[in-house]
Write a protein that binds this ligand. Structure first.
Ligand code: SF4
Length: 599
């Protein structure tokens, strides 16, 4: 069922007052892919009366006052995507279209939405209940961060929004503990996954360089960021304190990831899987089309690509749902009136991270000095695609399912590192679970640039490509690979783009028509490189293309006017339009997931 969004719905429910009112920068889609609806339904399940106001008009009180004032708190999110990423291109131009707004026109979400909505609430409700920020925008801007749109280091959004609390990461546990604390009058300052402001640093926390130091000096900014980045594991992180003006931002350690049982409980809630009628009257919401018949199988990502915000928001530990829960959701989808037999995605931030994790990480926390997939797959990870194979086989036997597509990106290195189940998994996907194309995200071809991105190179891409072609030919099918590519990433020069073009043409037989320009999303390692023009791990200086003309030149080097070649049965080639993207992250504008919709 929908959370109530209008006074009429409150009357129908017999509720005279709400405990929590959620405010979001997107149209209200009630879906397990949408953070604000998950949090709302989660609170509702715990017995709280929750309402939602989507995309309130910030120039009047008409929308923000329509559900009254909450008893416990306001929850404010910019939506599934950081509002500046959603509203503006990397060069700052306003986007015209919006997949998360009814009617598809980008005209209803303000820039810096959480600040705008917090101000709106305070304008119309003096001395109101606490304002709690959450979602991707708040999460990525929770400490001092570089903001590319204003080209400066900004304070925590908690300060700029003059809000009371900030929930970061996947917020189910944190938000329940806050609601319980406010209901019972107990302090919430030790709740994990929470940031708040204090007069003093918190005892026992790691003191980061102050906002003023980080804003004035690149080296201090790098120290601050790395102190923050290295303290995000739920088992080992220390709390953090950072002076910002006269106050201290306190960053409590993160919540542990949800167990499989808790994941099942989240995904077993009664989502309407539709746009609320109050918003639907304004037109269709394109994002719904990609998530209505899709199933998230897990959350979190240990890929840690440097330009991606998922590890900072969802964490580096993967939490998977049970097979039974996923199959129940498939059955539920087949009962929807307009379902045509196709589940459009079965996946997560990376499709083939479902069902296995590093035992050491689960017991002692992620390694502070090693990465799970770079420069190669860690021996301790032991990838095992067995559970995914079993799941996919069962999914396609669900009555009413003609096909369940794995549309989320697949990591080739994980497939190749799984000596027992890697090839059977890819065979299964190639034969039964692709829509004709499989998405890969090599992002680049040049070793120096890939090192800056934290991505593996040709040594995994080309064997995987060959394997895909072989299995495709074996299956007698005609399908092809698509490649996400990025231009103007820190460390990338025009020469590197020329090499990438040659590699794409010779080795991949493609001539990309689109490539994404790197966008410095707040609180990523790549954005740290962009800001400091240094490799944060090796300390060496880096070339960073920052001029609009230079960035466009890099893009143009790769983009060809002609279509690309695709490989079909027995290696035959045909022209086919190709799409590349910089952002397979929660900040992707194409498809909310995990990342897509991050919260
Ligand atoms: S042991 Fe390897 S897989 Fe496990 S957390 Fe460390 S780097 Fe990641």
């Amino acid at each position: 069922m929908f959370l109530p969004a209008t006074p009429e719905e409150l009357r129908t429910l017999g509720w005279d007052r709400l405990d929590v009112i959620l405010v979001t920068g997107d149209s209200y889609i009630d879906s397990p892919y949408v953070g604000v609806s998950v949090i709302g339904q989660w609170l509702l399940r715990a017995g709280y009366r929750v309402g939602i106001i989507a995309q309130p008009d910030v120039d009047s009180g008409a929308d923000i006052t329509r559900l009254g004032e909450p008893v416990l708190f306001w929850g404010v999110t910019g939506g599934c995507i950081d509002s500046l990423v959603a509203n503006r291109t990397a060069s700052g131009k306003r986007r015209r279209e919006d997949d998360f707004t009814a009617g598809g026109i980008n005209c209803r979400r303000p820039d810096r939405a959480v600040i705008a909505y917090a101000n709106l609430i305070r304008r119309h409700f003096k001395a109101t209940r606490p304002i709690v920020l959450g979602g991707v925008e708040a999460s990525l801007r929770r400490i001092a961060h570089y903001d590319a749109w204003s080209d400066r280091v900004r304070r925590s959004v908690l300060i700029d929004a003059k809000a009371d609390l900030l929930v970061y990461g996947m917020g189910e546990r944190t938000v329940l503990e806050i609601a319980e604390g406010l209901r019972t009058g107990h302090p919430v300052t030790d709740v994990r996954g929470l940031c708040y402001l204090a007069a003093e640093p918190k005892a026992g926390t790691l003191e980061l360089p102050s906002y003023e130091e980080a804003a004035a000096d690149g080296a201090a900014f790098a120290d601050m960021f790395l102190g923050f980045y290295r303290n995000q594991d739920p088992l080992t992180a220390r709390g953090l304190s950072q002076r910002q003006d006269a106050r201290w931002l306190i960053h409590n350690p993160p919540q542990p990831p949800l167990s499989s049982t808790e994941m099942d409980a989240v995904h077993g809630m009664d989502f309407a899987r539709d746009v609320h009628p109050h918003d639907r009257r304004l037109g269709r919401v394109r994002a719904l089309e990609t998530i209505r018949f899709a199933i998230p199988t897990h959350r979190g990502c240990y890929g840690e690509c440097h330009f991606c915000a998922i590890a900072v928001h969802e964490g580096r530990t993967v939490s998977s749902r049970s097979e039974a829960s996923i199959l129940r959701e498939a059955e539920l989808i087949t009962a929807l009136p307009d379902f045509k037999g196709y589940i459009l995605d079965v996946g997560g931030p990376t499709a083939n991270m479902y069902g296995f994790e590093c035992a050491k990480k689960l017991q002692r926390g992620a390694c502070p000095d090693r990465r799970c997939l770079y420069p190669s797959v860690c021996e301790s990870l032991r990838p095992d695609h067995g559970r995914q194979i079993a799941l996919l086989k069962k999914l396609r036997r669900v009555p009413g399912v003609k096909q369940a597509v794995v549309a989320s990106g697949i990591r080739p290195d994980l497939v190749l590192a799984d000596r027992r189940q890697g090839i059977p998994y890819l065979r299964e996907v190639v034969r039964h679970h692709t829509s004709g194309q499989m998405k890969l995200a090599p992002e680049h071809s040049e070793e120096r640039v890939l090192k800056c991105m934290g991505k593996p190179g040709r040594e995994t891409l080309l064997p995987f490509r060959d394997l895909f072609r072989r299995l495709t030919a074996e299956a007698g099918k005609e399908q092809f690979l698509t490649y996400y590519l990025i231009a103007a990433h820190p460390g990338c020069t025009e020469t590197d783009m020329e090499e990438l073009r040659r590699f794409a043409s010779r080795e991949l037989a493609i001539h990309p028509e689109e490539v994404q320009l790197f966008t410095p999303t707040p609180s990523t390692v790549s954005t740290l490189m962009y800001r400091t023009e240094r490799d944060p791990f090796g300390g060496k200086g880096l070339f960073v293309e920052k001029t609009a003309a230079g960035r466009e030149r890099q893009k143009k080097i790769l983009v060809a006017k002609t279509g690309l070649l695709r490989y079909g049965m027995r290696g035959s080639q045909q022209t086919q339009k190709e799409v590349g993207s910089w952002a397979r992250t929660k900040t992707s504008r194409k498809k909310p997931k995990r990342n897509l919709p991050k919260r």
